[in-house]
Design a protein around this ligand. Sequence first.
Ligand code: EPZ
Length: 434
Amino acid sequence: MQIWGGHPLQGHVKISGAKNSALVLMAGALLCSEDCRIRNVPMLADVERMSQVLLALGVGVKRDGEVLDINAKDFATSKAPYELVTQLRASFFAIGSILARLGVAQMPLPGGCAIGARPVDLHVRGLQAMGAEVQIEHGICNAYVPGSNRRLKGAKIYLDSPSVGATETLMMAATLADGETLIENAAREPEVVDLANFCKSMGAKIQGAGTSTITIVGVEKLHSTDYTVIPDRIEAGTFLTAGAITRSDLLLSPVVPEHLLPVIAKLREMGVPIIEEGTNSLRIKPADALKAADIETLPHPGFPTDMQAPFMSLMAVADGDSLINETVFENRLRHASELNRLGADIRVKGNIAFIRGVPVLSGAPVIGSDLRAAAALVVAGLAASGLTTIKGLQFLDRGYDRLDLKLLSVGAKIKRVSEAETEADETAPYLAPK
Ligand code: EPZ
């Protein structure tokens, strides 16, 4: 991707459905033996990959634009494909719904990624508390429920840390279990609430989603549904940082402002005007100046770790010294060195980044190392003078729906080019894509 930066943006950006909700709703649809229609599904590589996992299980999946129809009446197998699950961590969460439906599941371990080791011990321990026997062999998590009806049993589960994925896996498993399950120290993210609402729309009995204590009373069977995914708060947050760093006037919708409270609060602290317009729109206005600030990433409703990287780009050009403490993932500051290529002044020590604001960034060739790191480079490239060339788009496409086209529609000088074209003359002027 090539960006000629230093230009304000203007206009309206349509925010897509939430990646981290759509993926787990697709896993949730496996709980139901009738038709499930999911709307507002973003166009993402990860959604495609999740569809392939479901198809490999023998489940019916049909897509029509932003609408997905899933029918899990029949499974061909309880074993998920190794090569797909190891590339898509969210597909591991389906172990909860497969085990709840079939009483057996073989799920490859998702393994670590660029941002951390990402173990699944909390998922496994919760399933064992519900009566599952779990053995990990040859990279596969083999789970089965002993006994004649092979049905999980309600249990009291305390999570050592409020893991989003473990909360979602166990909530799905408990939906069809025999009896009541209590998940304590549960994750409170909006995507967890969206999954609970999706399951309730199929007849599940769930209370307390969005709080630290979730109660699920298992039911025998779920029924069909037609459900719309919530807007993507991280995509919206990324556009807010793009608007702030370019001193732009942007209107974003649909959004749920409540989902973005920590992000909006931090932007306002940095001097950026954010206005709620109506119930589902946010407007960002040009800031006179960007003030430095500190961030500590935390589980929701704390500051989201997925917004940390785009904010580092913003802090790189703020007045003064900022500090980021990344407490959720152990290896999620790798974008700092690429931002330094663009002229930022960032030092990293362990999970802390010290950011000394500089007046301007200057364009350069950079590489995204993971999804949000790549987004941070796009945000920085929009502000940097001259040409920024970004590689590592395979990460970006996993989580951002047509990001370059949306930016183009509000006046960014941006285009997607082939690898060969990135070698082109860096002083070449911007020619808008045809
Ligand atoms: C979800 O990942 C999101 N992914 C992540 O978004 C997001 O960063 C993360 O939640 C935190 O908000 C999806 O929803 C698909 P966790 P998840 O379990 O569920 C440790 C993005 O950019 N942990 O809450 O994997 C873990 O290692 C992605 O869109 C255990 O130790 O996150 C991490 O340090 C990246 N044992 C911490 O908890 C476990 O069994 C939080 O992880 C599970 C997690």
